[in-house]
Ligand binder design. Structure first.
Ligand code: PLP
Length: 386
């Protein structure tokens, strides 16, 4: 079965034997499930934190999309990441992470894992797999990657890093939020676990906050499921329904996001008021060849540096009309933001400067509106800058 077909059907097959044949899975709001016998939960369900039929349907679909054996749906991307971290790590462990990551992931590592659990996190420029190899210590227990990274769109060679990690038995987690399994399948490249903020492209309509983990290691899946239930980081039935619905159009949306992304990135690259565009789909991206090899497409996320500094960036951001000046990404509507002051404000300024996250950097999540309207919106916003 092809991706588009699985995205529409898996987990939502109509039940013609015991059910009413709904083609859309019902939103099972019940917090608890009645049973006939004390020690036999009806159809396996006992309490909705532990298991819920709507969430189960979504988890089945999440798994097949990433070519994984198992999927888990969490209350947010950060709930997924926290549960993974607590499951995989212990006091005294060492983590290697890409030096350009979503700010909230860094905050989890630096403000919670490090001070509360004495887990040390080292950041490396994972664009070169040799740097990852050199940074591995005897207590390294996890490698955490994004590709492309948020917001600088750096790429790492997932297969090469997975190969290095496999030799020393260190699990590799890839945050696949930006490209989604429609464009990139980290597990097939050798990674052990995929994590998503389903708030973004998987749901795709900016109306649900959620997270997902996909993996094929049964032992780790069971530990994660146990911890998720124990800590309560589950996705609600209504949000599970929304993400199930959103995923049905994932392939169609991703194709449009990419089409608009490439057009807009090309437009910006030619613009005299733009210093640099970071989009792996452009030939000018230093890792364009790797991006082409590793992923089937480049998606709708990019960042660019406007000429000038913070003042020019702010004026541009406050002048756009169709783009919403907002955090988050991956919805059908175009969003724009200033990483330094918004999504990555929790990253200290000196670290931001070290990795190249300047005050003139603007991040764009291109929606599926008509490209001419998006370009016209940028045109009028550029005119507001002297
Ligand atoms: C790449 C990436 N990973 C994880 C997260 C965290 O997800 P959530 O906001 O759903 O907790 C985000 C949020 O912006 C993100 O962009």
């Amino acid at each position: 079965m092809e991706f588009e077909t699985k995205a529409v059907h898996v987990g939502e097959e109509p039940d013609l034997e015991r059910g009413s044949g709904d083609v859309v899975v019902p939103i099972h709001l019940s917090s608890t499930f009645a049973r006939k016998k004390v020690n036999e939960p009806t159809q396996g369900y006992e309490y909705s934190r532990t298991g819920n039929p709507t969430r189960d349907a979504l988890e089945k679909r999440l798994a097949v999309l990433e070519d994984a054996a198992f999927g888990l749906a969490f209350a947010s991307g950060m709930a997924a990441e926290s549960t993974l971290a607590i499951t995989l790590l212990h006091t005294g462990d060492h983590v290697l992470a890409f030096d350009d990551l979503y700010g909230g992931t860094r905050r989890l590592f630096n403000r919670i894992l490090d001070p509360h659990f004495k887990v040390e996190v080292a950041y490396v420029d994972a664009r070169d797999p040799r740097r990852v190899k050199e940074a591995i210590q005897s207590n390294t227990r996890l490698i955490w990657l994004e590709s492309p990274t948020n917001p600088l769109m750096k790429i790492c060679d997932i297969a090469a890093i997975a190969e290095i990690a496999k030799e020393v038995n260190i699990p590799v987690v890839v945050d696949n939020t930006f490209l989604t399994p429609y464009f990139q399948k980290p597990l097939l490249l050798g990674a052990n676990v995929v994590v998503h903020s389903s708030t973004k492209y998987l749901n795709g309509h900016s109306d649900s906050v959620g997270g997902a983990v996909m993996l094929s290691d049964e032992d780790l899946y069971r530990k994660l499921k146990f911890n998720q239930n124990a800590m309560g980081a589950i996705l609600s039935p209504f949000d599970s329904f929304l993400v199930l619905r959103g995923i049905k159009t994932l392939a169609v949306r991703m194709r449009e996001h990419e089409r608009n992304g490439l057009r807009l990135a090309n437009y910006l690259e030619e613009h005299p008021k733009v210093k640099k565009v970071n989009y792996p789909g452009l030939r000018s991206h230093p890792q364009h060849a790797l991006a082409n090899r590793q992923a089937a497409g480049h998606g709708g996320m990019f960042s660019f540096e406007i000429r000038g500094g913070l003042e020019e960036a702010k004026r541009f951001l406050e002048s756009v009309k169709i783009f919403a000046l907002a955090e988050s990404l991956g919805g059908v509507e175009s969003l724009i933001e200033h990483p330094g002051l918004m999504t990555h404000a929790s990253v200290p300024k000196e670290i931001r400067e070290q990795v190249g996250l300047t005050d003139s950097l603007i991040r764009v999540s291109v929606g599926i509106e008509h490209i001419d309207d998006l370009i016209a919106d940028f045109d009028q916003a550029f005119q507001k800058i002297a």
